[in-house]
Design a protein around this ligand. Structure first.
Ligand SMILES: Cc1cc2nc3c(=O)[nH]c(=O)nc-3n(C[C@H](O)[C@H](O)[C@H](O)COP(=O)(O)OP(=O)(O)OC[C@H]3O[C@@H](n4cnc5c(N)ncnc54)[C@H](O)[C@@H]3O)c2cc1C
Length: 124
């Protein structure tokens, strides 16, 4: 996915870590809990080193969808019957057909797509 591959992304990530550090270590709200930084470690202050250390143990839970979107325009891969355009007897029935990502989590909408798609297959 090329996460953290641009200067801007790395800068924002480093700033984010610094803001979290400031909130946790410098605000009265948290001071009473005597917080200590476990990872990446308070000794790391340089932006690039912070991002490198952070990216060693972070992961995304981004929900990828839409690589095979349904629609009527030229960039759409499947039509509204989930049939792949210009190819016979092939449907795509999964999260990839979502034209846009849903505002909530994607599992239930994917099950809905599967239920609807299986009905379409059964009904021709
Ligand atoms: C870390 C994480 C956490 C998530 N948490 C939630 C959550 O809490 N709630 C929620 O609603 N959604 C959540 N999701 C999203 C949800 O899991 C997905 O949106 C949903 O599973 C997408 O369904 P899918 O059928 O499109 O793809 P998938 O579930 O990814 O199914 C694809 C299937 O194809 C198989 N496959 C791949 N390549 C081949 C091949 N060449 N030949 C045969 N089989 C192949 C794979 O093994 C897999 O079984 C989460 C996703 C991730 C990654």
């Amino acid at each position: 996915m090329n996460y953290l591959s641009t200067d801007e992304d790395r800068k924002v990530a480093a700033q984010g870590l610094k803001i979290i550090r400031k909130i946790m270590l410098e605000t009265e709200t948290f001071k009473k809990y005597k917080p200590e930084e476990y990872r990446p470690g308070i000794h790391i202050t340089d932006n690039e080193e912070l991002v490198k250390a952070g990216s060693d143990f972070t992961q995304t839970i981004f929900h990828p969808v839409g690589t095979c979107k349904m629609g009527n325009d030229n960039l759409s891969v499947v039509d509204d019957s989930l049939k792949v355009r210009e190819i016979e007897n092939l449907r795509v029935i999964d999260a990839s057909i979502m034209p846009n990502i849903t505002s909530g989590n994607t599992n239930a909408p994917t099950i809905m797509i599967a239920e609807k798609g299986s009905d379409m297959i059964l009904n021709g």
